[in-house]
Design a binder for this molecule. Structure first.
Ligand SMILES: Cc1cc2nc3c(=O)[nH]c(=O)nc-3n(C[C@H](O)[C@H](O)[C@H](O)COP(=O)(O)O)c2cc1C
Length: 188
């Protein structure tokens, strides 16, 4: 039987971002876990323009190659880990833009979160994202990995997690798997 596909979405795209190191850690843990096929989706590399389709995405009448490629990639995914920072008490614009391109491809898919910031650990970013993914029909894990001041844990480009962060990430993967097995038959 094939494994469910997990997409790890790197939600910060600025020069000098912490997000890439944190997402690489998530990828490493997910690959070691072995229960998913892992797709690493770096929104900096994917470089979607600001949403530029003429039709409402629910019609799936995509006119741009970048949209068709993104739609196919998301459609092929069962579960998502959004990896994103807090910017001005909300989540990063790259995440919103990537979400806004599509509707149906997100529907009835599992989603978990890794967020970070200063003192808050990105709590406000994560709380702001939840109603958006709920509107798109995604089913959320009820926890999330929260990281305070992650830049203190990045050594030469590598995020060095503590035991608690790794344990919470592992429980996110457990939950994503359970949610996916409960809802995958509802798609289509
Ligand atoms: C435009 C901007 C706004 C920010 N606003 C917040 C904020 O509201 N709360 C917070 O905890 N950190 C805030 N920060 C700090 C970021 O959480 C921190 O810079 C983090 O490393 C950003 O992730 P990145 O390096 O992957 O871009 C902000 C950073 C930027 C660049």
């Amino acid at each position: 039987m094939s494994k469910p596909k997990l997409m790890i979405i790197v939600g910060s795209i600025r020069e000098g971002r912490s997000g890439l190191s944190i997402a690489k850690w998530a990828e490493e843990v997910a690959l070691a876990d072995g229960r998913f096929d892992v797709d690493f989706a770096d929104l900096k590399e994917i470089a979607l323009p600001l949403m530029d389709e003429p039709n409402h995405p629910s019609m799936q009448q995509y006119t741009k190659q970048h949209t068709k490629d993104w739609a196919a990639r998301v459609e092929a995914t069962d579960a998502f880990l959004f990896v994103f920072p807090e910017y001005n008490h909300s989540y990063s614009p790259a995440i919103k833009n990537a979400l806004d391109y599509l509707v149906r491809e997100w529907d009835r898919k599992a989603v978990g979160f890794i967020n970070w910031g200063g003192n808050s650990g990105g709590t406000r970013a994560q709380a702001a994202l939840r109603p958006v993914v709920a509107m798109l029909g995604m089913v959320m894990t009820h926890g999330q990995v929260e990281i305070n001041f992650p830049w203190g844990q990045i050594e030469e480009g590598t995020f060095v997690p503590n035991d608690q962060q790794t344990a919470v990430l592992q429980s996110q993967l457990d939950e994503l798997l359970k949610i996916d097995s409960a809802i995958s038959s509802l798609r289509g």
